[in-house]
Design a protein around this ligand. Sequence first.
Ligand code: PMT
Length: 431
Amino acid sequence: MSTSEHPPTVLLGITGCIAAYKACELVRLLKKAGQRVKVVMTPAACEFVTPTTLRTLSEEPVALDPVDDPAAPIHHISLAQEADVLVIAPATANTLNKLAAGVADNLLTTTALACAAPLIVAPAMNTHMWRDEATQTALAVLRQRGAVLIEPETGELACGDVGEGRLAAVEQIAEAVLAELRRSRDLVGRRILVTAGPTREYIDPVRFISNPSSGITGFAVAEEAARRGAEVILVSGPVTLPDPFGCTVIRVESAEQMLAAAELHFHGLDAAVFTAAVADFRPAERATQKLKKTAGTPVLELVRNPDILTTLAGRPAGTSGANGAGAADAADAAGASGATSATSASAVGQRPYIVGFAAETEDVELHAREKLAAKGAHLIVANDVSAPGLGFASNQNSWLFVSAEASEPTGVQPKRTLANLLLDRIVQSLC
Ligand code: PMT
């Protein structure tokens, strides 16, 4: 715990893994950021990096098995109580499985069991160990209990395999720790709707129109909002991500289903964040049986999908019917018409704060500003989805916040950090 004598305490658990040496750099970064770092090492971790190194870097005694301080017989309790955040980096499959099962057989796992502070785990292991059902089940259990998972990276591993399992960048882990320490409960009492992922528009039972959205962005926004105290309803298209902590999750497939689910929950909201990459078109008809090649090349007739954001943002539907597709047309044409935003305070009334996203491949700011005006959003988060390594399905992105007043770039950041920047803006606007 932070006291007048020292800043918040980061309790860093190190487990036995070749990436243990990277924990030294993590200590250095956290110290540089002004944190007090106390290290607890498993016996196996000491095979990879010495306690002396960690003691020197952290400027604190290192906690080891067996209890190294005879004056503190209940060492795991005092360590647990001191922690403002417990981060385990690297976290082996063995330790993750123990944490999930509540096994307490060394000083680190015993401390973790006794620790009420937020838990962050940064796994590192061989790809097959990472993919193993036992590991994934343990991670799901830990996430469900509120642990923050820093996903490992994909690349060449110490064992020579190539795949997922490499410890995330220490800068990313340090940032997650600092974010956890900074985290305020500034969204308590707020209700937020988030849409995420792609939609699937089926041609026949096995073929569909879709896009590469992974849901990472929407899930990060939803989970971070929940951790800041909001009641969150997440409506997601088909993605492989597990339910984020603390959210009500509604899984849908098509744009029409996404609209129906979002509409159902569009009450009492303080904010709505539309990160989903919704298909603008769907086949006019869905074949009931798989289309046969022998029947010749089919010609697909497409029809417009409802524009969920435009419909729910409460803009006049213009020439459209109730589903808002006409208003979406207006959005597409807005650049030419130079339409102005209807998001002044008086026009906003009691509407929730509306955040739309804009996936662009050129003239990002221009198109985002058109969407701000035409879709009835208070804020558009624009991103260049043609930029290599950013946008769809990556863990980082670069956003441009476009409001009636300004355009502000974020630079390249992890999506979780970006989610919190967006939530900071939402909090500000709600105040
Ligand atoms: O999921 P990830 O892999 O993390 O990828 C993130 C992302 C690239 C999907 C995200 O950053 C993003 O850009 N989301 C918006 C994608 C999109 O559909 O952009 P758009 O410019 O076509 O749509 C503009 C806005 O209207 C969006 O808020 C969209 O949710 C909404 N929309 C669009 C069409 C439609 N029929 N209904 C909608 O609500």
